[in-house]
Design a protein around this ligand. Structure first.
Ligand SMILES: Nc1ncnc2c1ncn2[C@@H]1O[C@H](COP(=O)(O)OP(=O)(O)OP(=O)(O)O)[C@@H](O)[C@H]1O
Ligand SMILES: [Mg+2]
Length: 357
């Protein structure tokens, strides 16, 4: 039988009821988080929700107010105020502002964590060169960081974070200072690199597509809590709350009512969804209509007015108003549609979600 202590050792990180207050203001509220070895979890949430605070606690740069944390089976935070220093945690870190030493060469920067681990010079150089090679920078090993572009500096920080193949790598918006094209390419590379090396990581970002590119699981963080943690696909198909659906902008939320006899009704009784309400309690509720659940179709049951038709290069995005309802729907289509025209929409009821009030 596995004891709880053995189970904790088999995780890259376990956090249990981590809380943090600054004065009167509580920033983290009982965060529980487990990371399997080799797993990458993205922390996705709006500005100020506590992402950096949680990461700084994991890194040992900030003390938690309460709670426990282990990294690779080693206790780093416990309820009694014990807080292991950053250098004792053996983790890699990549932050937004590169944080590489300006006076050390690229190679010396990357080799730095190995020096801290007291590896011999030859070993350090071989491993640092290998790590630089992985991020495509071996030709720049003798340069000083100040002579590199932002993208190259961030690759140096990345190769320094992975050089010692640590049990956990922490990323805090590492790509937010780079332009969009570079960001997308580097996000893919980071995801591939983490998987090849089987490294565990927590990756903080504002950017949904970056989170979905890199992570096995995404933790949606709202107001100091993890509101949902799951695979990107599951979060989109089964958001845990109205707040998660709103944050991810999954679709339109429409006020209505669940009634045993008639199902879900909304849109001043114009929209009737008899199949939907079987498992929801009777009473007022909101329905989520994801943009993937609707499509313009002649046989459609729901009439909508075209408020905007936005050309997006490879498709059009229709902004639609429902008769009798303030909520607007957005749906992609491959043809332009005249403004203000009324179009029928087919709804895939299997994709709708009901949230009782
Ligand atoms: N040292 C501090 N003293 C007081 N308040 C702090 C301190 N550090 C953070 N906070 C507050 O804690 C809250 C969470 O901050 P945090 O930096 O963790 O947010 P975040 O989710 O990383 O936001 P962003 O996406 O903007 O980086 C914010 O309201 C912030 O003002
Ligand atoms: Mg932050």
């Amino acid at each position: 039988m596995t004891t709880p202590a053995q189970a904790e050792r088999s995780f890259a990180l376990t956090a249990s009821k981590i809380a943090k207050s600054f004065g009167e203001s509580q920033v983290l509220r009982n965060i529980d988080l487990d990371l399997a070895p080799g797993e990458v979890v993205a922390l996705l949430g709006p500005s100020g929700c506590g992402k950096t605070t949680l990461l700084r606690i994991a890194a040992g740069l900030l003390a938690a107010s309460s709670g426990r944390m282990q990294i690779a089976g080693n206790r780093v935070v416990d309820g009694s105020g014990f807080n292991a220093p950053p250098e004792a945690r053996g983790i890699g870190m990549v932050f937004q502002d590169y944080a590489i030493w300006p006076h050390l060469s690229v190679l010396e920067n990357v080799a730095f964590p190995l020096r801290m681990r007291k590896l011999g010079r030859n070993d350090r150089e071989t491993r640092a060169r290998r790590a630089l090679d992985r991020v495509g920078l071996s030709h720049l090993s003798d340069r000083l960081p100040g002579t590199l572009s932002g993208g190259q500096q961030q690759r140096v920080a990345l190769s320094r974070a992975i050089v010692a193949e640590p049990p956990l790598v922490l990323f805090d918006e590492p790509l937010s200072n780079l332009d969009r094209e570079l960001r997308e390419g580097l996000a893919l590379e980071i995801g591939t690199l983490l998987r090849e090396l089987r490294l565990s990581a927590i990756y903080v970002t504002h950017d949904q597509s970056e989170a979905f590119t890199i992570a096995d699981r995404v933790a949606i963080m709202l107001d100091g809590r993890i509101a949902q943690i799951d695979t990107p696909e599951r979060i989109f198909s089964v958001p845990a709350s109205v707040e998660v659906a709103q944050f991810l902008n999954i679709g339109a939320l429409i006020e209505g009512r669940v009634c045993r006899a008639r199902g879900f009704t909304c849109n001043r009784d114009r929209l009737h969804l008899p199949d939907l309400a079987r498992s929801a309690p009777e009473g007022p509720a909101r329905i989520l209509i994801p943009r993937t659940a609707i499509r313009p179709a002649p046989e459609g049951a729901l009439m909508a007015q075209v408020l905007r038709c936005q050309f997006q290069g490879d498709r059009y995005l229709l902004h639609l108003g429902l008769e009798g309802d303030a909520a607007s729907l957005v749906c992609p289509t491959d043809r332009a549609v005249a403004l203000n025209s009324q179009i029928p929409l087919a709804i895939d009821q299997g994709r709708l979600r009901v949230f009782p009030h």
